[in-house]
Design a binder for this molecule. Structure first.
Ligand code: GLA
Length: 408
């Protein structure tokens, strides 16, 4: 009896230990994942040296300290399969192989991600995972992969939900916790079925480094992504996120004002934050946008509600996001290409306390303190209306504090 009791306790203890060390699949993304991905800036020009330098830069620039953790190699690291079907990395560009690279990234306290595709070929014509899902997942686990971005080119008419389910099952069986980033561009409404299969899902075609643009072949800008995110906002929650795409901040084609709004939108909509610029050479201004602690606290808020569109005044979208401690985030975003006047009376319109029930707000009677996320305005309160002119694509980004009342 005693023996059985002791062995049961021992078993429980070991289970707890294992549990404490490895989160289950469902526990992998309680807040939106943060990291860096090679695609937006480097395309197919990826190598071991580049990825290691990016890991070094993530630490040196303070991004790691701010919360960024995944270093993800996108397409083009893979070249073929060997005689038994194992995926073969490009040895010219990754001479020491993937395990050595994963070890290096882990030695910096960061996590390692790779890319593959549910189709037979990746979008750049490299071998995809169709037919090899379990073999690939086991290989990723052996290398020490922590994150898989899984694309949808050459899908040969498969059912998307089933295809992503197969890779999800393979990852769940591979013996290592691996985040699954579903990348089928929103074509099959993954916000309706992605929860439990993956941790994040793309909702649009690929982002381009522009604020307001649509390309014939499918590339879209920041505003176009925002409009889709507003439509599907309710699907986001702890462990399962709408992926608004990798960031373009720092890639040079938008103004600093636009990059700030880009960041603010991703934070308001509880989107994963995967930087897509060259971390080695980024300007202080771009770094400060990516690492702004107030913005990141809103993005990573534990309640995990996405913001929603509260109203549009002239061309100014007003987005509101309920936060876990009863604070509320506001973004006043000028969609227009020209300066736009904003006259917003908090007391006439606003809703700035919330109940924990999603989407239910009530009006606070007394004024509250405003924290200006970008730090321009000090000591703001909701006592006075906002009367200002917003620059083209400018966003005023605030946290309204539930418990901080201004002095009378
Ligand atoms: C697709 C994806 C992109 C990128 C490329 C790589 O277009 O949507 O994010 O991964 O493939 O080829």
């Amino acid at each position: 009896m005693r023996h059985t009791f002791t062995s049961s306790m021992l078993f429980l203890f070991v289970c707890c230990l294992v549990n404490a060390q490895s989160p289950t699949f469902d526990q992998l993304a309680p807040t939106p994942p943060m990291g860096w991905n090679s695609w937006n800036k480097f395309g197919c020009k990826v190598s071991e040296t580049l990825i290691k330098e990016m890991a070094d830069a993530m630490v040196a620039t303070g991004m790691k300290e701010a919360g960024y953790e995944y270093i993800v190699i996108d397409d083009c690291w893979q070249v073929s399969r060997d005689s038994v079907g194992n995926i073969v990395p490009d040895s010219a560009h990754f001479p020491n192989g993937m395990k050595a690279l994963a070890d290096y990234i882990h030695s910096k306290g960061l996590k390692f991600g790779v890319y593959s595709c549910a189709g037979s070929r990746t979008c750049q014509g490299r071998p995809g995972s169709r037919g090899y899902q379990f073999q690939d997942a086991r290989q990723y686990a052996e290398w020490g992969v922590d994150y898989l971005k899984y694309d949808w080119c050459s899908n040969e008419g498969q059912n998307a939900r089933a295809a992503y389910q197969t890779m999800s099952d393979a990852l769940k069986a591979c013996g290592r916790p691996i985040v699954l980033s579903i990348c089928e561009w929103g074509e099959n409404e993954p916000w309706k079925w992605g929860k439990g299969i993956g941790h994040l899902w793309r909702i649009t075609p690929d982002i381009r480094d522009c604020f307001d643009c649509t390309f014939n072949w499918g590339g879209v800008g920041v505003l176009q992504i925002l409009d889709k995110a507003v439509e599907v906002a309710d699907a986001a929650g702890p462990g399962h996120w709408n992926d608004l795409e990798m960031l373009e901040i720092g890639n040079g084609n938008q103004t600093e004002t636009e990059y700030r709004s880009h960041m603010a939108i991703w934070c308001m909509m509880a989107a994963p934050l995967m930087a897509g610029n060259d971390l080695r050479t980024m300007s202080t201004a771009d770094r400060d946008i990516l690492c702004n602690p107030e913005a990141l606290a809103i993005n990573q808020d534990s309640l995990g509600h996405s913001g929603f569109k509260y109203m549009t005044l002239n061309n100014v979208d007003i987005l509101v996001r309920a936060l876990s401690n009863g604070d509320v985030a506001f973004l006043f975003l000028n969609r227009a290409n020209e300066p736009t006047a904003l006259d917003y009376d908090w007391n006439a319109n606003t809703v700035y306390h919330h109940t924990l029930e999603k989407g239910r707000f009530y009006v606070a009677k007394e004024p509250r303190i405003l924290v200006d996320v970008w730090g321009k305005q000090k000591n703001g309160t909701t006592k006075k209306p906002i009367k200002t002119v917003l620059e083209p694509h400018e966003g005023l980004f605030f946290r309204v504090k539930k418990n901080d009342k201004p002095a009378l």
